[in-house]
Design a protein around this ligand. Structure first.
Ligand SMILES: Cc1cc2nc3c(=O)[nH]c(=O)nc-3n(C[C@H](O)[C@H](O)[C@H](O)COP(=O)(O)OP(=O)(O)OC[C@H]3O[C@@H](n4cnc5c(N)ncnc54)[C@H](O)[C@@H]3O)c2cc1C
Length: 390
């Protein structure tokens, strides 16, 4: 009987059991900026190796990434609290370590919540903060939290600084972030690809950045390792029957799982036709994976591509407008049994796309709005209408 050597990475992977409790330190193979010069967006294509992790994934799954906080963010929090960083703190389930290290690795040091403010009020005895946390002050609390981070609250309500334990006691554990997987394991064995939009904005006069997206964008590069685990998503799957048509609506980073879907259909020789709706700000800078889509169109592995670049003309144009423009054909695809998928922005896009679908069923299918909604509910139950929105 063949016994693999104990150093075989797959064996150690099984022993360690990489997953949620023990994220796999995945080597970064490549990071490519997908937007062109002059774009207002910053979207990264990131390739990671899962070689030796024992972890697998299916298209439609997400990858959880465990970030660390940026050194400058840690530094400004230490400064606001009047601390140096070498003070010892006890981190639950981790042990005693220097505060600076704990702020970098273990705690959510940015997300400002009512809970954090409650702990800060208890630590500081600030009357102004206690007043803002009163039941009748909900509106002013909401207005204060909007666009602010923990560092602002420490500056505002702990002007004399905080003890190391009091500061460490404010935080929850730094949570991982999810990213829709942008690759098929059949097209890229041993790898997983992501499409990550870097979150950067200015609020209350300060430049801010999202923890995980800028951890990936700024803090790691090829050769570094990123702790990850797979988060399966059984509710976002290609049709079991490979001959079934699919309609994919994925503006911005919502494109990620559809790159995986199309790669998978190519790798498995699926015969069902595919129609992609993509959108972003500008054709020139923001057409994510443009060459790949054009190649799929040429090879016939993508039957249709409709794009909406919102800022290339005076009036805003979005994917739902393209859907409505092609209502007759889209309805015909649905009648043929097409599965309909949406990925990306949950705050507006998903609702706008849903509304467009209702309108298309109303107008092309001659039904009432209620009947159209009921038809979409049926499609959801039959797993013909699936969403991966965030
Ligand atoms: C299932 C799923 C799949 C996902 N797939 C992808 C994907 O493929 N690609 C991708 O890029 N993301 C994806 N996301 C989102 C991703 O998980 C993160 O939420 C995103 O990267 C931001 O995380 P962050 O740590 O960088 O930002 P955080 O540190 O979490 O900061 C984000 C917060 O910053 C604040 N904020 C952001 N912008 C502003 C602003 N302009 N003004 C004021 N406040 C603001 C908001 O409070 C916001 O909640 C997905 C999420 C889910 C749940």
């Amino acid at each position: 009987m063949f016994n693999p050597p104990v150093t075989d990475p797959d064996v150690s992977a099984v022993a360690v059991g990489y997953g949620k409790k023990h994220p796999f330190p995945a080597p970064v193979l490549k990071e490519v900026l997908l937007n062109g010069k002059g774009s207002a967006k910053e979207t990264w294509h990131i390739e990671l190796s899962l070689e030796g992790s024992g972890m697998g994934y299916e298209v439609g799954d997400a990858l959880a990434v465990q970030p660390v906080n940026a050194p400058d963010v840690v530094e400004s929090l230490l400064r606001a609290a009047g601390l140096g960083g070498s003070e010892s703190v006890d981190v639950r389930n981790v042990g005693v370590k220097p505060l600076g290290e704990a702020l970098r690795e273990d705690f959510d040091i940015t997300g400002l919540t009512r809970n954090v403010l409650g702990k800060l009020a208890a630590a500081t005895g600030s009357e102004a903060l206690s007043a803002m946390l009163a039941d009748e002050a909900k509106e002013s609390l909401k207005a204060y939290v909007d666009g602010r981070q923990i560092v602002d609250a420490v500056r505002d309500f702990a002007p004399d600084g905080l003890a190391a334990d009091a500061l460490a006691g404010l935080f929850r554990k730094l949570p991982p972030r999810l990213y829709s997987i942008a690759s098929s394991p059949l097209a890229h064995p041993g790898e997983v690809h992501l499409t990550v939009g870097a979150v950067r904005y200015r609020s209350h006069g300060v430049e801010r950045k999202g923890v995980c997206s800028t951890f990936l964008a700024d803090q790691v590069g090829a050769g570094d390792r990123v702790p990850v685990f797979v988060q399966p998503n059984k509710n976002f799957r290609l049709p079991e029957d490979p001959s079934v048509p699919i309609i994919l609506v994925g503006p911005g980073t919502g494109i990620a799982p559809f790159r995986a879907f199309i790669e998978h259909r190519v790798a498995t020789g699926a015969t069902g036709k595919s129609w992609l709706f993509f959108g972003d700000q500008h054709y020139l800078h923001d057409f994510l994976y443009q060459l790949e889509w054009q190649d799929h169109l040429k090879r016939g592995t993508l039957a249709r591509l409709d794009v909406a670049f919102s800022r290339d003309q005076p009036e805003k144009l979005y994917v739902q407008h393209r859907m409505l423009e092609h209502a007759r054909e889209l309805h015909a695809w649905l009648e043929e049994g097409a599965h309909f998928y949406v990925c990306g922005d949950a705050s507006r896009m998903a609702a706008d796309v849903h509304d467009a679908l209702v309108t298309i069923l109303e107008q092309q299918g001659g039904m009432t709005r209620d009947a159209a909604e009921a038809r979409l509910d049926e499609m959801k139950h039959a797993k013909r209408y699936q969403r991966d929105v965030y």
